[in-house]
Design a protein around this ligand. Structure first.
Ligand SMILES: Cc1cc2nc3c(=O)[nH]c(=O)nc-3n(C[C@H](O)[C@H](O)[C@H](O)COP(=O)(O)OP(=O)(O)OC[C@H]3O[C@@H](n4cnc5c(N)ncnc54)[C@H](O)[C@@H]3O)c2cc1C
Length: 381
């Protein structure tokens, strides 16, 4: 407790000092913040294999087909999905039918089954939370040199705009619709060239501030051009599209949304995987207890949603939506200033905001995180 309070006091002091510094000066382009933290790239194939094998060894069955039901009204679908008091009947695309007591929809960020909450009931507001989009173009490249990127470190937020300075149009666009480069060195090849993952990312954008994959790609190559980094070959490309924010699922519906379908993506960072993994145990417990105790399906859904989007979790997410809206509207210099102040905070504080889900590190600092981030935002804007 005492240690916690000392961390918090120290955080507030450092924040205020840093913010005052930012207020008085722009950040020089060569300023770097070094965070002594590991950063890893998840092997998604291996992770899927691990989860699938656990699922299978516990009696799970996968079917190579899909459900193409369409929602008509609350808890009502076309003939592909029919609820009754004991469970649900599903007619799948391959002609087979299955019966289940509880239906969990993990079909991703643009689910066709899940109804969203009416903001009037959720927050007493007629204004809907709009979606923002994280757009990025990433690639594993073989390059002749690393330029400013350290071969032993992951560069998280390279928000520099020096590569635009030879063109007023590029510079204007780069300032108003910022993107940053992730650069994660992955090793040295036998011919002395480097293997590195680059990703030019628009953290969150919507409307005119939403970038295309092609714009991110052009910006990535323009940035590398400034440092005379030659791409010798591209091993793998990724097109990152992450819808963020928006309304939560209607908590009274029978189908249980999980993951992207339940809007669990962090609305200001796009992080999701850690939140999903952290939530899965709690959710599985509620559903499993409900099935074992022969609870009716509506009550199981209701109890699951209460755990997933508890009052505390909703409050925390509302603040994260506010964080996303703030970032969405700032020019690049304010964003650089914001992150300079943000990463000057203590690790449990900034880490707590980035993960921002019960059970993840730093989450107990949520109240102080809100106060500190609001102070930063007020001062720098
Ligand atoms: C390039 C890229 C990079 C990313 N990087 C990160 C990152 O670094 N960190 C992070 O936390 N997040 C990252 N994300 C976001 C993250 O991948 C998503 O938030 C996450 O995959 C969503 O998980 P999900 O299980 O809810 O949905 P999905 O992963 O989209 O899975 C949905 C599954 O449901 C299936 N499906 C859909 N409709 C039906 C249907 N009608 N019937 C049966 N099956 C159906 C789909 O085929 C799919 O297999 C990234 C996303 C992209 C695209």
């Amino acid at each position: 407790m005492v240690v916690g309070n000392i961390i918090i006091l120290y955080s507030i002091t450092t924040t205020i000092i840093t913010v005052i510094n930012i207020y008085n000066r722009d950040i020089p382009m060569d300023t770097r913040t070094t965070l002594a933290r590991p950063y890893v790239r998840v092997d998604r194939i291996k992770m899927q294999e691990l989860l699938r094998s656990r699922f299978k060894s516990n009696g799970g069955l996968s079917l190579a087909t899909k459900l193409s039901a369409n929602r008509i009204a609350s808890n009502m679908f076309d003939k592909c999905l029919v609820h009754d008091k004991d469970g649900s009947s599903l007619a799948l695309d391959d002609g087979s039918t299955i019966r289940c007591k509880v239906l969990i929809d993990a079909s991703g960020l643009e689910s066709r089954l899940i109804a969203k909450e009416d903001p009037q009931f959720a927050r007493g507001s007629t204004k809907e939370y709009e979606m923002g989009y994280q757009i990025a173009y990433g690639f594993i490249a073989h390059v002749d040199k690393l330029g400013p990127y350290n071969k032993d470190a992951m560069t998280l937020f390279d928000y520099r705009t020096t590569h635009f300075e030879d063109s007023p149009d590029w510079l204007r666009d780069g300032k108003n619709r910022p993107t940053f480069m992730y650069a994660m060195p992955l090793g040295v090849n036998s011919d002395g060239s480097y293997r590195i993952f680059f990703e030019e990312t628009s953290l969150v954008g919507k409307g005119k501030r939403r970038l295309s994959f092609d714009e991110c790609k052009k910006r990535a190559y323009k940035r590398l051009g400034l440092y005379d980094i030659n791409v010798l070959g591209v091993e793998e490309e990724e097109y990152c599209y992450i819808p963020m924010g928006g309304e939560l699922p209607d908590l009274t519906q029978r189908v249980i949304a999980f993951g992207g379908a339940a809007n669990m993506v962090h609305p200001s960072t796009g992080y999701h995987a850690c939140r999903m993994l952290a939530a899965s145990t709690d959710i599985a417990k509620v559903i499993s207890n409900g099935i074992k105790s022969n609870t009716d399906p509506n009550t199981i859904s209701c109890n699951t949603y209460k755990t997933l989007w508890s009052k505390q979790n909703r409050g925390q997410r509302d603040f994260q939506v506010y964080g996303g809206d703030f970032l969405l509207n700032q020019p690049v210099d304010t964003i650089r200033g914001f992150f300079d102040a943000f990463f000057a905070l203590e690790i449990p504080v900034w880490g707590g905001f980035l993960a921002g889900w019960p059970g993840l590190p730093g989450n107990t600092n949520r109240a102080i995180i809100i106060i500190i981030i609001i102070i930063i935002i007020i001062i720098i804007t």
